[in-house]
Design a binder for this molecule. Sequence first.
Ligand SMILES: *[C@@H]1O[C@H](CO)[C@@H](O)[C@H](O)[C@H]1NC(C)=O
Ligand SMILES: *[C@@H]1O[C@H](CO)[C@@H](O)[C@H](O)[C@H]1NC(C)=O
Length: 340
Amino acid sequence: MIPLIFLTSISTTEALFAHIGPYFRKLNMDESQEMARICGTLQFPSSQSPPFITPNFIEHLRTRVAKYPWAVSISLNGKNKLGGALISPYHVLTAAHGFLLYTSYYTKCSARGYKGMSEVKELDVSYGGVCIRGVDRKLPNHPFCTQPDVMRNKIRSVRVDVDFGRQHCNKGHDWAIVELEERVNFTEKVRPICLPYAGMKIGELLQVAGWGRTYVMSDSSPLLHEATMVHAPHCPRPENDFFPSKAPDMLCAVSQNTTDYWAPRTCHGDSGSGMQQRDADGRARLIALTSFGTPGCPADELARFTKIEPYLSEICQETGICYTLPDSTLSNNIPFRGKL
Ligand SMILES: *[C@@H]1O[C@H](CO)[C@@H](O)[C@H](O)[C@H]1NC(C)=O
Ligand SMILES: *[C@@H]1O[C@H](CO)[C@@H](O)[C@H](O)[C@H]1NC(C)=O
């Protein structure tokens, strides 16, 4: 999550995506169909009351990964920078703003362009666990994270929606596709999330899972956190919030209790993290990606997310993941056939 920034110097060509790295490997139709079959399924119960420090607490933490097997952390030197959502064995959806180079970050979105491959290669992509690191002398620790329990991968290539920069970072388009170096092996802990289908109704309660701050002072937690956010279709901004909220692809949401300082909500570091909703079959669908909110993440923050539905055809073109498109030969509604 970042404050709003204004971009001044990105060239305006007609390309849809800025390319960092080589051409993507695309899924073929069979692989896309396989994604439709396995995506968003769960091996564990999805609703558990969250007991706080009790013997069940550790168990509760363990179920988090089972609830969000698509969640990834994109980190630099062990420190989470961006979240993301796994949608295929190669592809992760995340926010665009992590891949721009800003000359000034907090006051003005003045960017020099996009990050280069050498910078992108330094990032680690972690998934399949809840702790992205264990005990660390330099970074904050968490009593539960004595050692990392994630798998790691690297980034091979990135596509950033150029309209994010072209439209001064304030008209939406805050999304990007990351292609991973190594093909991900799906297990019960690592699973792609389903894309939404066109016209899918967005529910009231939406879950976000990421490695951002659990509250504003807790810098860079190693532990996955989750926040249930309440969809706010009319984007009611608190008085201290002057940022835009009306871009066509923006979804607004607030915490479940806007007067409770401790209410779980999205905060710095959650950018790019997926926002999910269960469909009628109980499968997780990726509704949106965390984009930005008020600096400091106050309890009444109106957080903004980038909806996925407007980009289904771009995602299909770039990645070959086409099962949600009506004109595809694949059905939206391929039933889930047993466990993997
Ligand atoms: C997936 O499994 C193959 C075969 O066991 C292994 O070589 C590869 O490294 C695994 N990929 C990842 C990203 O862990
Ligand atoms: C919201 O949080 C405040 C402060 O902790 C509390 O007094 C209030 O009862 C909560 N409201 C609800 C609906 O839980």
